[in-house]
Design a protein around this ligand. Structure first.
Ligand code: BGC
Length: 494
């Protein structure tokens, strides 16, 4: 069992002078989210999930993904998966053998150059296609290949009329490439593949959360939700078509399942319920897309270090307290110079005198912090990390409440979930508070997921080909073209 109360150094403020203590108390006030507030957020979240599925739509996009089944563990075939994440680009070849729930994977990682994120659309698609070409040349030198079906994990909000289609609603996570928003990303991507004569056929455009849901469900039949807590944050779950009024004009079987990519990062863009601090407001204002991704900007890895940095700069400039007095804070003044890993290191400092934090500040920021300043720094990191974990649980609780799930597993991936200290324990504690659990074993557990953007994307491609072969053409633009030339189609391996 996880510790019920995540560790805090609350008792270590004996030598902190009054001006700093006042600031610590102010920060506690600003960043703490009490149980009652968590419940209020969850209730609003639940109604926003429903609104997003309605004909009128809402703030949370709730995008139908045309991934319409869970795997049964017996999917087979060979698939490519491409993951265009924020930091790396990963290409995988995944073989699903006969054995239940098994897979084999070969993969290559390519660094996403920072300038690409604000470059042109042409540069982006050329780079992505070049990586795929390198992968094919390296792993299949001189082989004559069938068309390999590809699951493309594109982890940004996209509306899909078909599974191999995706109109980018807006860039998130600091991307700002002109000429892509509002357009289908598939044609320019596919054109770059054709230009290089690559034997690849895009079968499914996939969100990382849907990939996580499906990959986790491949080995765990209790999986109901896939979450990402990484550079960005989001979740997907399986809805039934009858509960998606915005699809009712299509006259689909109401009992059919449909994975919904919630895009919950957009929750509360109208600022009705989230307890935003002045620092959250600055983050938003200075981001490439102000007014968007309000929830994400309080939770996701991209922003945690920046919130922390903004607080410290503010305190340095505050005449009532003045931390780092007389020091050159020019390094600290650089936007986005601290990442979530920096906060994680502070929280992981095992020493009572916070000597590792002292070194971090010295080495990274050329700041010599005093002991009371170190205490404030540590508490601030705890507060920001704890708030992120607690708010995340509101989204999970809202989906479970909407669906009436009393027990289930939630698969989670992303750097914050895996690497940020105590994130899991703090999130679990918040779920207990929101859902008033008293049981010893938590009925809903958030567990580390399988590789969603690799295996998950491959499985979604496999499930898509399988249902086309079975004659379920919902969200399929051209069934014949989809099967043509793919190995899965030729050998009838599905
Ligand atoms: C994107 C989502 C994605 C999430 C996690 C968000 O910024 O909008 O599509 O699932 O990040 O990667």
């Amino acid at each position: 069992m996880v510790a019920r109360k995540p560790p805090s150094r609350k008792g270590s403020f004996a030598d902190v002078p009054k001006d700093l203590m006042d600031q610590i108390n102010r920060l506690e006030e600003l960043f703490s989210v009490p149980t009652q507030k968590l419940k209020e957020i969850t209730t609003h979240f639940q109604s926003e999930l429903t609104r997003g599925l309605s004909v009128e739509g809402g703030t949370i996009p709730m995008n139908p993904t045309w991934c319409m089944a869970f795997p049964d563990g017996y999917e087979t075939g060979t698939f490519l998966a491409l993951d265009m994440g924020g930091t790396n680009l990963r290409v995988c070849e995944i073989t699903l053998p006969e054995a239940k729930g098994e897979f084999e994977i070969i993969q290559s990682k390519y660094r996403m150059p920072e300038e690409l994120k604000t470059g042109t659309a042409e540069e982006l698609w050329d780079y992505v296609a070049d990586c795929l070409q390198q992968f094919i040349e390296y792993h299949h030198e001189e082989e004559k290949l069938d068309q390999l079906p590809l699951g493309f994990t594109f982890s940004y909000p996209a509306t899909q009329d078909y599974i191999d289609h995706g109109v980018l609603q807006r860039w998130t996570k600091g991307f700002d490439i002109e000429g892509v928003e509002g357009k289908d990303v598939v044609p320019p991507f596919q054109a770059a593949l054709v230009e290089r004569g690559l034997p690849i056929k895009l079968t499914a455009l996939v969100n990382d959360t849907t990939g996580t849901l499906i990959a986790s469900a491949y080995t765990d039949t209790e999986m109901r939700i896939g979450c990402i807590f990484g550079t960005g944050c989001n979740a997907a779950y399986m809805e039934n078509v009858g509960s998606i009024p915005k699809l009712s004009h299509m006259n689909l079987d109401p009992d059919m399942p449909m994975a919904i990519n919630c895009e919950w990062g957009a929750f509360d863009n109208e600022h009705k319920v989230l307890p935003r601090t002045p620092y959250d407001i600055i983050i938003d204002k200075e981001s490439p897309r102000p007014g968007q991704q309000s929830f994400e900007k309080m939770i996701a890895g991209l922003y945690l270090g920046e919130i922390f940095r903004l607080v410290l700069v503010d305190l340095h400039e505050n005449p009532d307290c003045k931390i780092f007095e007389g020091q050159d804070i020019s390094k600290l003044k650089k936007p986005y110079s601290l990442d979530a890993g920096f906060l994680a290191q502070i929280e992981e400092d095992p020493f009572e005198n916070l000597s590792e934090t002292l070194d971090l500040f010295q080495n990274k920021l050329s700041i010599a912090a005093t002991k009371p300043e170190l205490e404030l720094i540590r508490r601030l990191a705890e507060l920001i990390g704890t708030r992120a974990a607690r708010l995340s649980s509101c989204g999970v609780a809202a989906i479970c409440k909407k669906k009436g799930w009393k027990t289930c597993h939630v698969g989670a991936d992303g750097s914050v979930f895996h690497q940020y200290p105590h994130f899991k324990a703090r999130g679990a504690e918040a779920l207990r508070e929101i859902l008033d659990w008293t049981e010893k074993k938590d009925p809903i557990e958030i567990l580390p997921s399988e590789d969603g953007s690799g295996v998950g994307a491959a499985l979604i491609a496999a499930l898509t080909l399988k249902r086309v072969q079975q004659g379920n053409y919902a969200g399929i633009r051209d069934p014949q073209a989809m099967l043509q030339g793919t190995k899965a189609a030729k050998t009838g391996q599905m």
